[in-house]
Design a protein around this ligand. Structure first.
Ligand SMILES: Cc1cc2nc3c(=O)[nH]c(=O)nc-3n(C[C@H](O)[C@H](O)[C@H](O)COP(=O)(O)OP(=O)(O)OC[C@H]3O[C@@H](n4cnc5c(N)ncnc54)[C@H](O)[C@@H]3O)c2cc1C
Length: 512
C-alpha cells in the first residue's frame, strides 16, 4: 500500500482514532469535488484534515456533470470577465499542471446551415475568438487548446459524418477542455490528499455541525461519533442547506442522455446544436471514449426536497432528442438512448431564470461559526478550495502558508507530452496516468484479473481490485457507479455485477 491508498482498513483505523478523541485542524463534510479539493488544499499546507462523506466520493453532483473543463466563455457572454478569467486560469492549471492525464482538448463543432443567419454566425465566431483571448490571457498554450477557425462543409462532415449535409455551409471549430471522467477527478483529489495525511472517510454522515465539532454517524455500523476540529467546513453541495440554515440554494436540474455507440456518428468531435429561437443556448453532443455519445444539457430550477439521485423527466428526453435531431441526417429516437442521468447544480439563490443565475462560488460563515462553501463548478474547484481554507485559517486563527495546489500534480499526473510514453494502454493512461502500469501489472501477475468483466467490456477485473485496494471502494455500488461508471448503462452494470461482487469480497478479505 502507498500513502495515497484509500481502503476499508485505513478507514477503520482513522475513524477509530477520531472516535477516540483525536482532534484535527479541519473537518470537511462532503466528498464531492469541492470537499476533496479542500482536503487536498489543507493537507498540502500541512494542516491535519478529516473529510467525511455520507455515501461515497463523488456520490453527488460531481459525477453528473458534462465533464467539461470550461474556459469561461459563457460567463464572458454575460459580462462577468472576472469569473470567465478565473475559469480559464483554472482550466489551464488542470490541463497543463495538475491533471493532464485526466483531461484532454475537446474539439467543438458549430455547424452552420443556410438557416443560420450571418448575424448568428458572427455572434458565435466573436464569442469563440473572445474565448481564445481568455485562453491566451490565462497563459494556456495553443498547443494544448488550438485556436478557433472556420472550416468548410466537407471538413465538418469528415469530422462528424452523421451531420446532415442538407444546407450545410460550413462550421466553426473551437477547443475547450474535457475530463474523461468527473468522478475520477474527485477520487484522485481525495487520494492525493490522503497521500499527504488527510483522513478520507466515506459512508460517514454529518448529522450536525458546529464551528468546532461534528456529530457524525458511521453508516456501516450505525455508531455515532463526535469529531473535534479547530474549524468545520460544510461542502455538501446541493444539500448544504440541510446542515446550515442560513444557506439558501436554488438547485437547477441538468439532464443528459447517453446515446448508443453509432447512433450519432460524430467521431471524436463534440457538436453544438443551437436551440431554436434562443440566442446563446446549445444542446451539445459529447463523444465518449467508449463510442457512446452524451447529449446535454437541460437547466431547470427544481423545488422541494433534494433527492439523493435525481431522475430524468420524460420532457427532458424529448427536448434533447428533438433539438439534437435538427443537425443530423437520421433523427434520433428513444431507441437510440442507452441510458440517462441528471444532476442538480448547487446554485446560490437569486432571482431570474436558472440559466442566468451566477455560477460564482460563495464562502459563507453561519451564526454558529460553520463555514459553508457552495456554488461554483467543477472547473473552479481548486480556487473554491483555496478560498475556503483561507477563510478557515482566518476564522480559527490556525497558522499555515498560502495554497500550493496550483503547482501540485495529482497522483498519476505527468506532463502531457510524456503521457504517450507511459507503458500501458491509452485507455488505462487516461484513467490512471502514471499509475496505469501498476493496474495493468495486476493482470499480468494473475491472468484472471487481466480479463474483461464481461464479454464486450473494456474494463478488466484488475480495475475492480485496484478500486478496492487503492481508491476507497467499499462495496459493489461504489465500483459500478463511481469507480468504473458501468452503472450509467443498466445492462452493463447488470452484466458486471456478479463478477464485481466476487472481486470486491475477495479484495476486501485480502486487505485484512
Ligand atoms: C448537469 C450538470 C452539468 C455540469 N457540467 C459541468 C461541467 O461540464 N463543467 C463544470 O465545471 N461544472 C459542471 N457542473 C457543475 C459541477 O458539477 C458542480 O458545481 C460540482 O460538481 C459541485 O460539487 P460539490 O462538491 O460542491 O457538490 P457535490 O458533488 O454534490 O458533493 C457534495 C457531497 O456531499 C455529500 N453529502 C451530502 N450531505 C452530507 C452529509 N450530511 N454528510 C456528509 N456528506 C454529505 C454528498 O453525498 C455529496 O457527495 C455541472 C453540474 C450539473 C448539475
Amino acid at each position: 500500500m502507498t500513502p495515497g491508498s484509500l481502503n476499508a482498513l485505513r478507514r477503520d483505523r482513522e475513524l477509530t482514532a477520531l472516535a477516540d478523541g483525536e482532534r484535527v485542524d479541519l473537518v470537511v463534510a462532503g466528498g464531492g469535488v469541492t470537499g476533496a479539493g479542500i482536503a487536498l488544499d489543507a493537507a498540502a499546507r500541512g494542516l491535519s484534515v478529516a473529510l467525511i462523506e455520507a455515501y461515497d466520493l463523488a456520490y453527488g453532483t460531481s459525477r453528473w456533470s458534462s465533464k467539461l473543463v470550461h474556459g469561461g466563455l459563457r460567463y464572458l457572454a454575460k459580462g462577468d470577465l472576472a469569473l470567465a478569467h478565473e475559469s480559464a486560469v483554472e482550466r489551464g492549471i488542470l490541463m497543463t499542471r495538475t491533471a493532464p492525464h485526466l483531461t484532454r482538448a475537446l474539439p467543438q463543432l458549430f455547424p452552420l446551415y443556410r438557416k443560420t443567419s450571418r448575424g448568428q454566425q458572427a455572434f458565435i465566431m466573436t464569442g469563440l475568438l473572445a474565448g481564445d483571448g481568455l485562453r491566451r490571457a490565462a497563459g494556456t498554450p495553443a498547443s494544448v487548446l488550438p485556436r478557433p477557425r472556420s472550416i468548410p462543409a466537407a471538413e465538418a462532415l469528415a469530422l462528424a459524418p452523421g451531420l446532415s449535409p442538407q444546407g450545410l455551409r460550413g462550421a466553426l471549430l473551437a477547443y475547450d477542455g474535457a475530463l474523461t471522467d468527473d468522478a475520477r477527478l474527485v477520487v484522485n483529489l481525495a487520494r492525493t490528499a490522503a497521500a499527504r495525511g488527510a483522513k478520507i472517510l466515506t459512508k460517514v454522515e454529518a448529522l450536525r455541525l458546529d464551528a468546532e465539532s461534528v456529530l457524525a454517524r458511521d453508516r456501516l455500523t450505525g455508531q455515532e461519533i463526535e469529531i473535534h476540529a479547530r474549524q468545520v467546513i460544510n461542502a455538501t453541495g446541493v444539500w448544504a442547506g440541510e446542515l446550515a440554515e442560513s444557506v439558501r440554494l436554488r438547485p437547477s436540474r441538468g439532464s443528459h442522455l447517453i446515446l448508443a455507440a453509432g447512433a450519432a456518428p460524430i467521431g471524436a468531435t463534440s457538436v453544438n446544436v443551437p436551440v431554436p429561437g434562443e440566442n446563446n443556448r446549445f444542446v451539445f453532443l459529447l463523444p465518449q471514449p467508449d463510442g457512446r455519445v452524451f447529449v446535454g444539457v437541460t437547466d431547470e430550477p427544481t423545488d422541494g426536497p433534494v433527492p439523493r439521485v435525481p431522475s430524468v423527466p420524460e420532457s427532458d428526453v424529448d427536448f434533447l432528442l428533438e433539438v439534437a435531431s435538427t443537425a443530423f441526417t437520421r433523427p434520433l429516437t428513444r431507441d437510440d438512448v442507452a441510458g440517462s442521468f441528471a444532476g442538480l447544480r448547487p446554485l446560490v439563490e437569486g432571482g431570474g431564470r436558472s440559466a442566468d443565475l451566477s455560477r460564482k462560488h460563495a464562502v459563507v460563515t453561519g451564526a454558529d461559526g460553520v463555514l459553508t462553501v457552495v456554488g461554483g463548478k467543477l472547473t473552479t474547484y481548486r480556487k473554491m478550495a483555496e478560498d475556503a481554507v483561507d477563510a478557515a485559517l482566518k476564522r480559527s486563527g490556525l497558522l499555515a502558508g498560502p495554497s500550493t495546489t496550483s503547482r501540485l500534480p495529482l497522483l498519476g499526473a505527468t506532463p502531457r507530452h510524456r503521457l504517450s510514453t507511459v507503458d500501458a494502454s491509452p485507455r488505462l493512461v487516461a484513467k490512471y496516468g502514471t499509475e496505469a502500469p501498476r493496474v495493468a501489472a495486476l493482470g499480468e501477475v494473475d491472468p484472471e484479473l487481466g480479463l474483461p468483466l464481461f464479454d464486450g467490456a473494456e474494463i478488466s477485473a484488475a480495475e475492480v481490485v485496484w478500486a478496492v485496494r487503492h481508491e476507497g471502494a467499499l462495496d459493489v455500488e461504489d465500483v459500478l457507479e463511481r469507480r468504473t461508471r458501468l452503472g450509467l448503462v443498466i445492462p452493463d452494470a447488470e452484466a458486471a455485477r456478479g463478477r464485481v461482487q466476487e472481486l470486491v469480497d475477495k479484495s476486501l478479505a485480502g486487505l485484512a
